[in-house]
Design a protein around this ligand. Structure first.
Ligand code: CA
Ligand code: CA
Length: 390
């Protein structure tokens, strides 16, 4: 890669560098999912009551599992949307952990209804499962917003035992996966995401709002679900204890975990159920969102940007006809010569041959990359050549 050296004001060194807690109970019978066979977990925020911090979340499925969050600072807030509820996670530390489940999934169909409010990157987790003292992505499974920050939902990552490695189901090739429909969604809008783990077909498949998205191969495995994390991830990449990471910023409305692959007739039933119950809330949901989400204007690229824009006033930037590789530093010597230091350690002296005040010629002063040890090559060049005003 090359970059053009720019004329800058002298004697300036520039660097170029690339409370009260309430309980949310399960749904009433009348609003239960239309398919219940194999429904292990039914985390549903829908409930009546006031908007308060939530210390417990009880699964509406048969086992009535209770998720506890005694730390008030880590409790999400319940927000009423009409006669329905969502749980609002602050993206700082709000999370629910359920430990001691000691469950294993060989096949599964998982639904998540969520509305991210922001995505600062680093795999913001909607829900994940892990074996005790193990990483979620190696022992269980996880659904998150992927590695990079974004101002739209344009990355939904699914990983797990038997389908390892970050993978964006929204960018998968349509020709192979049947992907169609929008490739991104706005923040602050509820969507229903489906993950199907199918060992018989050795495939993991997904859908967003009922529309098929990316698929990936699956090596049939026992996916541990000793512990569940709602609204975050659970792992540590390096050494050390695994822990809650990547807290989700946004609303969680519902998480359904079936321990089987739903049939082609059952899946659309759940899609419709979630759409009618939750996606229909989107017009009302907007009024409950912070202005920063509702009225923010996304940054746009500047048309025909200059190669370098000085952000400090008082400088005039002009491109000069010299091309060098990966320049990290430039500085004028007291005698007026411009010295450049490249990333590979090479040093050039620049001169103004035609006297117009702009450097137009570069002479290699020291080719350091092949002559000097990596850590001290630039220092030695300056010493040997008498350049002492770095
Ligand atoms: Ca918090
Ligand atoms: Ca010149």
């Amino acid at each position: 890669m090359c970059c053009h050296i720019l004329h800058v004001a002298r004697d300036v060194l520039l660097s170029f560098v690339t409370c009260t807690a309430f309980i949310v109970c399960g749904m009433t019978a009348s609003s239960a999912p239309p398919v219940t066979e194999g429904l292990r977990h039914e985390w549903d925020a829908d409930s009546t009551g006031q908007s308060k911090a939530i210390s417990q979340w009880i699964s509406g499925s048969g086992r009535k599992i209770r998720a506890e969050q005694p730390n008030s600072d880590l409790q999400p807030k319940r927000v009423m949307i009409g006669d329905k509820s969502v749980l609002r996670f602050d993206g700082d530390n709000d999370v629910f952990r359920i430990v001691g489940l000691n469950e294993t999934l060989k096949h599964a169909t998982i639904f998540v209804v969520a509305a991210p409010h922001s995505n600062q990157g680093d795999f913001r987790g909607l829900v994940s499962a892990n074996g005790k003292n193990q990483r979620d992505y190696e022992s269980g499974w996880n659904i998150d917003l992927g590695p990079g920050p974004s101002n739209r939902v344009n990355f939904i990552n699914i990983e797990g035992k038997g389908f390892g490695g970050a993978f964006n189901v929204l960018s998968f090739s349509g020709s192979q996966s049947g992907t169609e429909g929008p490739e991104s969604l706005p923040l602050g809008e509820l969507f229903a995401f489906r993950l199907t783990i199918d060992p018989q077909n050795k495939l993991v498949s997904t859908a967003l709002n009922g529309v098929t998205k990316g698929t990936r191969p699956f090596t049939p495995s026992d996916l541990k679900m000793d512990e569940l994390t709602l609204g975050a991830r659970f792992y540590t990449n390096g050494p050390g204890e695994h822990q809650v990471r990547s807290p989700f910023h946004g609303d969680l409305a519902c998480i359904l975990i079936y321990d089987r692959v739903l049939s082609e007739t059952e899946t659309p039933q759940i899609d419709r159920y979630l759409a009618e119950k939750y996606l229909s809330l989107n017009p009302l949901l907007k009024s409950t969102l912070p202005k920063s989400i509702n009225s923010s204007v996304p940054l746009v690229h500047v048309e025909n940007p200059r190669p370098v824009q000085m952000l400090v006033p008082g400088f005039d930037v002009k491109e000069i006809p010299v091309t060098l590789t990966n320049v990290n530093n430039v500085k004028y010597r007291p005698d007026g010569k411009l010295v450049t230091l490249c990333y590979n350690g090479d040093i050039h002296i620049l001169s103004d041959e035609d006297g117009d005040g702009l450097e137009d010629k570069a002479e290699l002063f020291c080719h350091c990359a092949t002559r000097l040890p990596q850590r001290s090559r630039s220092d030695r060049c300056f010493e040997r050549k008498g350049v002492n005003d770095r």
